[in-house]
Design a protein. Structure first.
Length: 342
């Protein structure tokens, strides 16, 4: 793993050069609401002390609405038209570890029984420049799911603040090394003295629960009355799924754009919606909020673990910060852990 030094003002210079080379640049907005495309290095936001954006970065790999193909009906046939090829090179700047780590988590489900060429091409064409985090509030729990403020999972290059206005840039993947090598005047190889100048972090999220004990409890308590109280509080709005960096449920629908044309589209869905599991027969195996909230927690901390061997959560806390009725998933899972210990 090669390590470089890059100055803060040189990062803006890097953005300017990338824009000139027709790269797309993604950065957080100054108000922290979401990630957006930017057209000027002055709009770049890189600050380890900022909270996670309200919305995650997953929509740049897994859009809210993603056309699979278009169709045009004629008198006696239907013409199928592929969407435009995904060729645009992109850099995702300053993403926090809890967002970057979601990319390989999503990759597992999108390459399980079928390889999703749309998702894979976007990941392939994107250089993810992660950043060490120096933020912690009551909702952060990355340390409870095996991550940390310095987790490099999912990043191609990882920035660590140094004393002053510099960053230590660690090339994590071959893609990251190749990218840094393309800008030798901006990425200067680091030495031992540079590494000693790492800026000290001010806060670290506490570990709120044990994921192993939690899964053990979920394995054996599918019908527990615990869910009745927790699930009853939920409104079923699914904001938790929409802000989550790892939630990946979707529906596929045909949408008309006129009397003779339309498109087949992959749209985000959420397990908190009342129609999410409703069958054509009218039967719904998750007919009430209790069962749907159990589904959400079990998917995060049991079902995905059973299938892929890791937790479907990065501890960003977005679902809890934005919940209109104050459900805190870390508190819910902590309660399960207490049941497990008993």
């Amino acid at each position: 793993m090669k390590q470089y030094i890059i100055k803060k003002d040189e990062i803006q210079n890097l953005v300017h050069q990338l824009i000139e080379q027709k790269w797309n640049i993604i950065s957080a907005t100054p108000d922290g609401s979401r990630y957006v495309y930017i057209n000027d290095g002055k709009d770049l936001v890189i600050d380890a002390a900022l909270p996670p954006t309200h919305l995650s970065a997953k929509e740049f790999f897994f859009p809210k609405s993603d056309p699979l193909f278009y169709f045009k009906k004629t008198h006696d046939s239907v013409e199928l038209i592929d969407p435009a090829a995904i060729e645009q090179k992109t850099v995702l700047f300053g993403v926090k570890p809890c967002d970057a780590a979601a990319i390989p988590v999503l990759s597992k489900v999108f390459n399980w029984d079928y390889k999703d060429e749309f998702f894979n091409k976007r990941v392939e064409n994107t250089v993810v420049i992660g950043e060490a985090c120096d933020y912690n509030d009551a909702y952060c729990f990355c340390t409870s799911v095996g991550l940390s403020q310095d987790s490099k999972k999912g990043s191609d290059i990882f920035l660590v603040p140094l004393e002053g206005e510099n960053f230590l840039a660690k090339a994590i993947t071959e893609k990251g090394e190749s990218f840094a090598a393309s800008f030798p005047k901006l990425f200067i190889e680091a030495n031992d003295n540079d590494i000693k100048l790492l800026k000290k972090k001010s806060q670290t999220p506490e570990q709120k629960f044990d994921v192993v004990a939690t899964k053990e409890w979920l394995d054996n308590n599918f019908g527990s009355p615990f869910w009745e109280h927790t699930g009853e509080t939920c409104l079923g709005c699914a904001q938790c799924a929409y802000v989550c960096p790892t939630c990946h449920c979707f529906d596929i629908v045909d949408e008309d754009c006129g009397y003779n044309c339309g498109k087949r589209t992959k749209n985000w869905d959420g397990c908190q919606f009342s129609l999410f599991t409703k069958h054509a027969s009218g039967h719904n195996p998750r007919e009430n909020k209790d069962k749907r909230y159990r589904q959400r927690v079990s998917h995060k901390f049991k079902y995905y673990q059973d299938k892929f061997g890791e937790t479907l959560c990065t501890g960003c806390g977005r679902c809890s910060r934005g919940c209109p009725v104050g459900i805190d998933i870390a508190e819910v899972v902590s309660s399960l852990g207490e049941f497990a210990q008993k």
